[in-house]
Design a protein around this ligand. Structure first.
Ligand code: KG4
Ligand code: ZN
Length: 333
């Protein structure tokens, strides 16, 4: 069986993981905090930080796994989607290593990897498996027939769920990334205090741009009478916005599960770290007889372990790519 080094560098986290016979031996992540002060990821800065981090992160991943480069049977990297400058760093590094060591190269789709994070630890879902992948750049309903046989049955037509969290937080004057901050503050607030519309799109589609505009107009109006409205009502605002995003997400997840007759249901991606969403999945699951799955916290946000587990399944099938494979900012899987 194989020992594989996997590299993830699609956005602002540099991560490397080692997997051996399907078991994760290490998963090292360097998160870039520089973007906080700009209220969002600055692509140029992200690329530069990846260059600074990639060598020490890979060394640490190998060291923690008790392996050296000579123990590897393949090298994997995130090919798409993501920021192109960021992807180029991981892909360039992986290809140089593959060439130097004469190893096969495995290209991984970041969103497929988020879904396969469910297969890192037990209990693992059975097929067919329906996964709601919610991150900073994507919101997708994915039907999985097998580890590598996946179909995106619905997605957002505009903003992603994570983006909705981040933009709401920005309007409330909270730091970036706003999702975890809203999650924390929401725990102290009343989710029924303010009501925002739950957008229901056709079929299994999502839309979050209307919510953003709605929040903006609502707080502007309130601030005309009470300039410190946001500060005075922060916890209730966070709880109400979080509840609206969760209701929107659950609406189509329930519809898809019912229409397709699937009862193995999971959430993945950065927003799946959200306590409210986790609780909603559990409650709905109990109500509807689902078996629900949420990856361990460290495998929800961007990490190389999820790239490694995807590479493990690709290695088994001999799905390699040639040296010179180019990363792309957008790609379907
Ligand atoms: O999957 P991820 O780490 O990176 C992308 O591929 O985009 O997701 C990042 C997103 C950000 O929008 C962040 O605010 C959101 O996930 N996020 C959360 C939580 N933790 C991270 N959103 C809500 N609640 C959280 N606890
Ligand atoms: Zn991600």
């Amino acid at each position: 069986m194989a020992t594989i080094l996997a590299i993830e560098s699609s956005c602002d986290d540099t991560s490397a993981a080692v997997i051996s016979d399907g078991q994760i031996l290490s998963n090292i992540i360097a998160t870039q905090t520089i973007h906080e002060i700009y209220g969002g990821v600055v692509p140029e800065m992200a690329s530069r930080a990846h260059i600074r981090h990639i060598v020490p992160i890979v060394s640490m991943a190998l060291q923690h796994a008790g392996k050296t480069m000579d123990d590897l049977q393949a090298v994997a990297f995130t090919q798409s989607p993501g920021l192109i400058g960021s992807l180029l760093v991981g892909s360039g590094f992986a290809q140089a290593l593959a060439q130097a060591k004469g190893l096969p190269l495995i290209a991984v789709h970041h969103m497929q990897a988020h879904v396969l994070a469910h297969f890192i630890e037990d209990p693992k879902p059975q097929f067919p498996f329906l996964c709601l992948t919610v991150s900073g750049g994507h919101t997708q309903l994915v039907l999985c027939k097998d580890h590598l046989e996946m179909q995106v049955i619905g997605e957002t037509i505009d903003d992603a769920a994570g983006e909705a969290f981040d933009k709401a937080a920005k309007m409330f004057g909270l730091p970036y990334p706003g999702g975890p901050v809203i999650d924390k503050l929401a725990a102290e607030g009343n989710p029924d205090r303010f009501s925002f519309p739950v957008t229901s799109m056709p079929e299994y589609q999502y839309s979050f741009s209307g919510l953003k505009t709605n929040i903006l107009y609502f707080i502007r109006k309130q601030q005309q009478e009470q300039p410190d409205f946001v500060q005075q009502n922060m916890a209730d605002l966070c709880a109400s916005v979080q509840q609206t995003i969760i209701k929107t997400l659950m609406l189509k997840l329930k519809k898809a599960a019912k229409d397709l007759g699937v009862t193995q249901i999971g959430i993945a991606g950065g927003v799946s770290a959200n306590k409210g969403l986790r609780a909603a999945l559990e409650t709905t699951g109990k109500e509807l007889g689902w078996t629900t799955y949420v990856p361990a916290f460290q495998y929800c946000t961007d990490n190389a372990a999820m790239v490694a587990i995807t590479a493990h399944y690709k290695f088994e099938k001999g799905l390699f790519v040639p040296l010179g494979t180019v990363p792309t900012a957008r790609a379907a899987f």
